[in-house]
Design a protein around this ligand. Structure first.
Ligand SMILES: Cc1cc2nc3c(=O)[nH]c(=O)nc-3n(C[C@H](O)[C@H](O)[C@H](O)COP(=O)(O)O)c2cc1C
Length: 206
């Protein structure tokens, strides 16, 4: 049975459009695949702490040399990593904040990119250990980023997500972007409709 990890990261609840789109994606997916098991994580309800100097030292200590204090510092990260590695498919909803990844989802990435768990350094080469997964990112944005728009080329969110997950070995990455959501009712409608169309298309082919 396939296991899907669904993570929402918007600090907003019912007003969040990234949560709404992710819910629509999950519902449409589960209609087609009712046997798939879902693991849900809400970064709003369970915030991910920033990593610290002590955390980094523990991360780079071989497992057999970890003190119990060090192991304790990695407990939550271990939980996140185990959840991520156990998933065949992942759906992450991520709003764009200041042209990039919102800090709570960045904190999540920092806790999941773990040496010896999700990547390794092998004879001077980095190798991702989270291979074979399919990942969809659903992102929401206040303005538009298409050709000719004032913010063309300013999207640092998609590349940052792409590289962080490719570094962990994930090559099957898909994006659903909802653009222009804060540019008035009509632009919001257009952005959500375009995202819904892409969502339905992806549900059929993922
Ligand atoms: C703190 C903050 C920073 C934002 N920065 C950007 C930005 O750089 N670019 C953009 O297009 N939209 C930006 N927005 C707009 C959000 O991406 C947009 O409202 C989106 O719908 C938020 O996702 P949510 O509805 O799931 O909460 C920002 C919103 C907030 C609250």
């Amino acid at each position: 049975m396939a296991n899907i990890l669904h993570v929402d990261s918007s600090p907003r609840g019912e007003r969040s459009r990234s949560r709404l789109l992710a819910r629509d994606f999950m519902n449409a997916w589960l209609d087609r695949h009712p046997d798939h098991a879902v693991t849900y994580r809400d970064l709003r309800m369970t915030p991910v702490p920033h990593i610290t100097e002590e955390w980094i030292a523990a991360d780079f200590t071989p497992p057999e040399a970890l003190t119990s204090d060090m192991a304790g510092l990695l407990t939550f990260s271990d939980e996140l990593v185990n959840e991520f590695l156990a998933a065949d498919r992942c759906v992450f909803s991520v709003p764009m904040y200041n042209f990039g990844i919102p800090s709570n989802f960045k904190a999540y990435i920092d806790q999941v990119v773990r040496v010896g768990r999700t990547f390794t350094l092998d004879q001077g080469q980095f190798r991702g250990l989270a291979q074979g997964k399919k990942v969809v990112f659903i992102t929401t944005r206040g303005v538009a980023y298409g050709p000719g728009s004032p913010f063309e080329g300013w999207d640092c969110l998609e590349p940052a997500l792409r590289y962080a997950f490719r570094f962990m070995g994930v090559t099957d990455l898909q994006f659903i972007h909802a653009n222009g959501l804060d540019l008035g009712d009509e632009a919001e409608r257009r952005g959500l409709d375009a995202a819904q169309a892409r969502l339905q298309e992806l549900v059929g082919s993922w």
